[in-house]
Design a protein around this ligand. Structure first.
Ligand SMILES: [Zn+2]
Length: 481
């Protein structure tokens, strides 16, 4: 089971192809993922994106890369469609809070939900408001290079000038004429030279709360520039992977590429990775149609959409049963099926402890482990990985029934690999509802008796008596020897 001679393939949205993954620096990987705009409780669809990238980061680490994972928090500048109001400012007015209270409230919510899903924290989680200087500097460079202009205290990216030298829309594959036509319909401002130009900096009115001093007067940054400025600061001009939800391909990521090309003459990332959407009961999730569920209600069961609450690990298991590039449908039925599948796999993992070793070893597990690795090396194919883990589960059942055989060394290997895939790579946390077999219970009792013996040895009789009384009350007789 060696993966050293196999290569990882990643689907690159830039080429629309699976490509061999080659890092810029040996064994180091820089990855930037667009984080949430913290103006509302985190959407399950966003959770899916971050859960997918957690798998990617965990696997890259597992195969030996030193990963720097940067995921930002957008706390200013994400404008509503009409481009006239900041989402956080709008929310602050509705909730009668300071904008930074809104930011704190929903950043906390975001982190709490991701913790429930047992996701790794990024190495750096930069905020847009913490990087105003870097954004202003980048805008100045874009102006200096002739790809942006100032008008009435706002700065816009000059797309027409840009497209004289570069192609715009590399990810979405839109052509400029289409973009021009689409933009014209939404064109509300007469400041822009052309309707398709996007804002790098917006002038703030005197009553505007979130604003900063700039060479163009008081204002705030546009949304796209923050990711360019922060990814450059922490990962350099060129890094390995840039990711986000599929809905960010256009305009957000196409604008990021344009900004980087305008300053550094370079696409910032070698691989662009996009995750697909999550639907609910076969339809797009939307508050307005009431086809909507919040993560907290999914966990507690407080929703008409589901018959009971589900463990976050079960929800995560469901998400991994679809490949990250495919859509995934969440429903009560799919959650129930996931719960069964997840519990079965966990039970199999604990069942390894009660397998009886034999002299002969069928070695069957080794080829299945190989297939587990091959699945992950093939663009992080989690549904395939899970199907092979079920093969291992079946094998464990067969060994229990003595239809198959495994040696002591084989049992240890099997336990180690199951642990690697379930906990290190898929990132499940130990499940408390799984019934451990009698042997495991005995081990627990043995451990308690060991602790009791030690307590007596160091003369902590309070603890040793407490353990004795608890065990006695459970019908387990403990004798002092
Ligand atoms: Zn971004």
């Amino acid at each position: 089971m060696s993966i050293s001679n196999k290569s990882l393939k990643i689907y690159n949205s830039l080429s629309s192809k699976k490509e061999d993954f080659k890092t810029i620096n040996p064994s180091k990987v820089g990855i930037y993922v667009c984080g949430p705009t913290v103006y509302n409780k985190v959407h399950l669809g966003n959770c899916r994106t971050f859960i997918s990238f957690d798998l990617i980061v965990r696997f890259l680490k597992h195969i030996g890369h030193d990963v720097r994972y940067v995921r930002n928090i957008t706390d200013v500048g994400h404008l509503e469609e009409s481009e006239d109001e900041d989402k956080i400012l709008k929310r602050a007015k509705i909730e009668k809070l300071e904008p930074m209270e809104v930011v704190q409230k929903y950043t906390n919510d975001f982190r709490e939900v991701l913790l429930k899903f047992n996701l790794l924290s990024p190495n750096i989680e930069p905020t847009a408001t913490g990087h105003i200087i870097e954004q202003i500097e980048m805008i100045e460079m874009i102006i200096d290079n002739g790809y942006a202009y100032e008008k009435n205290g706002s700065v816009y990216f000059d797309l027409l000038n840009f497209t004289k030298k570069y192609k715009y829309g590399k990810l979405s594959n839109r052509n400029l004429d289409d973009i021009i036509n689409e933009s014209r319909e939404l064109f509300g401002s007469d400041e822009k030279k052309n309707p398709q130009d996007f804002a790098l900096w917006k002038k703030a009115s005197s009553s505007h709360i979130m604003k900063w001093k700039s060479p163009w007067g008081y204002g705030f940054p546009g949304w796209h520039i923050e990711c360019s400025a922060m990814s450059h600061k922490y990962l350099g001009k060129k890094f390995d992977i840039h990711g986000g939800g599929m809905d960010l391909k256009f305009p957000h990521h196409d604008c990021e590429i344009a900004q980087s090309e305008a300053v550094y003459n370079e696409n910032p990332a070698n691989y662009w990775v996009h995750t697909n959407m999550l639907t609910l009961n076969g339809r797009k999730m939307s508050k307005s149609t009431e086809n909507f569920i919040l993560p907290e209600n999914l966990f507690s069961g407080k929703s008409d959409m589901i018959e009971k609450g589900y463990d976050p690990m079960v929800v995560k298991f469901l998400m991994y049963q679809a490949h990250y590039r495919n859509t995934l449908d969440l429903s009560n039925e799919s959650l129930l099926a996931s719960e069964k599948g997840y519990n079965k796999l966990m039970q199999s993992f604990y069942d390894i402890d009660i397998l009886k070793p034999s002299e002969n070893d069928s070695d069957k597990y080794e080829s299945i482990i190989d297939k587990c690795y091959d699945s992950m090396l093939d663009d992080f194919n989690s549904p395939k990985l899970i199907s092979h883990l079920f093969e291992l589960s079946k094998l464990i059942d067969d060994i229990k029934k003595e239809k198959e055989f495994i040696s002591k060394k084989g049992i240890d290997n099997l336990r180690n690999y199951m642990k690697v895939f379930l906990f290190d790579i898929l990132g499940f946390s130990n499940h408390k509802n799984i019934e451990r077999k009698d042997l495991s219970k005995d081990k627990l009792v043995e451990a308690l008796i060991d602790i009791r013996d030690f307590s007596r040895k160091i003369k902590n009789y309070q603890i040793s008596d407490l353990i004795r009384d608890k065990l006695n009350s459970l019908g387990i007789k403990v004798e002092d020897n």
